[in-house]
Design a protein around this ligand. Sequence first.
Ligand SMILES: [Zn+2]
Length: 289
Amino acid sequence: MKKIIFLLLILTGYSVNSKEMRNYVDQPDIDDGYNIHIIYALPSDGIDKKYDLNNQISMLAHQMDKWFNKKTKDRLFPEGQHLKFDRKDDGKIDITFLRLEIENLSISKEGINAVNIIQSEISRLGFNEEKKVYFVVYGGSNKDVCASSQLPQHVQRSVTANTAALYYPGKGDDSCVENNGGFKPEFNNTTRFALHEIFHVLGVVPKCAPDHLVFSNDGTINDGIGGHLTVPSDIMFSVQSNITFSKMDQLDMKSINYYNHDNDCLDLAKSRYVDPTVDNPQLPTYGID
Ligand SMILES: [Zn+2]
């Protein structure tokens, strides 16, 4: 009997805690406000899988940051750098839950451009702080891609380009679950694509990078309009040749394109969105007005 009561207490306590933990608004910042704020967003007809409450999104963020820290060790800082995710005062990631007022089909059918619909919707719902960039785990599908991002350097400053999105579970060949690993405690393709898109919204790869990929046309649907490297082993390689996904495991190893270089182009090591942050850090570069 004692055992049963004890179990019941745990179960009740757990459900109360879960309710308390769900955040519908951006919590007070514990940093200078320049951070990557994560949103778990559902379409109006989407099923709530509680990824903000059951550690799936926190684990994804942890895996992305772990990889970034490993790849930046002994470069600009001996201990490496971390991604500046928005955190609460207990150190946990501040994830907002948001129910959008748009049906999944209207978002999914936009393919790589779905992120633009999501961005304008989260902005309308109050998530458009000038200092922040947003990483949205969208709990719906996408007809073409597992993840996509807005590219600040390809739009004018008057346009907002502050959002990257992961379409989860997604649907079809490019589903984040079917072929790309899903939420797992490892750096799989789901993690890789999420991080690739976050780098995009931070301004990577700058157009002036020596190895920046230039298309004679607009590229394939998955390549979009730019922001990629011609280096197959790099996480910012164009996804055009999709047989090499798992080899995309480097972060500008030559330090000439987007991390810790010595030219005037945008440098992720000097971004406001990484920690430690240099003096006079950079914001993503926008196109010319
Ligand atoms: Zn890309």
